[in-house]
Ligand binder design. Structure first.
Ligand SMILES: [Zn+2]
Length: 106
């Protein structure tokens, strides 16, 4: 079933329930609005604009900050992002708490 068929079926079902009485000349516009509504529903499943913007911001690497003990911490949430593993420090590419990408020097 094509998108147009799905939309036409939805339109017909809605019209048959008697909830709408749409003049013939307005039907193409109603079908267009139903298509737009379907698109909006698909975008809402991805996330709101603010959620998408916040996710994109977290992908831009930021330098860690030092806490009062000079531990390297996430600049967003303060989570410890560098661990001493005995043979050297382990630098994580992303904060394990909030997902912020991290920028480390060479
Ligand atoms: Zn974080």
């Amino acid at each position: 079933m094509t998108d147009n068929e799905v939309i036409n079926n939805e339109y017909t079902a809605t019209a048959n329930l008697g909830r709408v009485d749409i003049p013939e000349e307005a039907k193409p516009y109603v079908i267009e609005l139903l298509k737009l509504r379907k698109e909006v529903e698909q975008y809402r499943q991805i996330g709101t604009v603010d959620e998408c913007r916040a996710a994109r911001e977290k992908q831009i690497p930021k330098e860690p900050i030092d806490d009062k003990y000079r531990h390297k911490c996430c600049p967003i949430c303060g989570w410890l992002v560098c661990y001493d593993e005995g043979w050297g420090d382990k630098y994580v590419p992303h904060c394990e708490n909030c997902g912020q990408a991290l920028k480390w020097g060479d």
